[in-house]
Design a protein around this ligand. Sequence first.
Ligand SMILES: [Ca+2]
Ligand SMILES: [Ca+2]
Length: 284
Amino acid sequence: MKKLLIAVSLFVIINGAKAQKTADVGIWGGTGTSFGDMTQSNLGRSLKFNYGAFVRYNFNPRVAARLQVINGSIQGEGMFDSQDWSFGPKNVTSLSLMAEINFFKYFLGKKETPFSTYLLGGIGMGMYPYDYNYPKLTSNTNYYDIRTFLSSSDYSYVSLNPTVNYLADPAVVAAEGLDESYSENVIAMHIPFGFGVKFNLGEKVGVGLEFIINRYFDDRIDDLDDPRKFYTPLVDANGTPVPGYSMTTFNDKWHNNDYTAYLGLHLTYKINLSKKACPVYEYE
Ligand SMILES: [Ca+2]
Ligand SMILES: [Ca+2]
């Protein structure tokens, strides 16, 4: 009976220890950039300092949840078609809730788990300004060159004529009020995903390097909001022009939107959530 009690007690203690949860807090520093409608981006001139912080809750040695904020400048220099295009620097703040999946068993500070590579994925939101700059857009002549666009083989199916670029036609500009430059704050959803590697530096401290991409459901980070869209003047059943335009767009929720990308180092500190630590079993 005594042995049974001891066995039951041990079972409870061990399972209690296994159920123990740990958490970590981290600070994050690195660089950020974006990918969107530009081509031939000058990466060296498009990298800006970004920083952040996170809390990580470890369910077990393989799976953790991370709530992370990254803030900093994003800018871009490159081309749109054969013309220069640049935007920013603009402040982009990203908030992400991600699962962190370790390839190896890992608990911060445990000698038995010195390092792991990991994957990140989840859901997030970003905040940033969108600067609609009419003079700047109209100085980019290729932005309008719908004829070039229509004659390219990829888009030869577009036989709608006559088409007009949404900024080139004075009637469209007047009707849609497009000649007023403005800036607005955007709040947009994104899907973050990434990977990294992390190491223990001591019993309480770890360090890591990671790469994260945020895939946005919005096209305005680079200030080029669906730049291929165009208007087609309306006609009636007999082909006679009638007032108004229909707009053809190339964006939807899943396609032709912008990305941000971050590469950074993080320094992580362990928090004990439970005072009844049983380190022998913690990492199993
Ligand atoms: Ca864009
Ligand atoms: Ca786009």
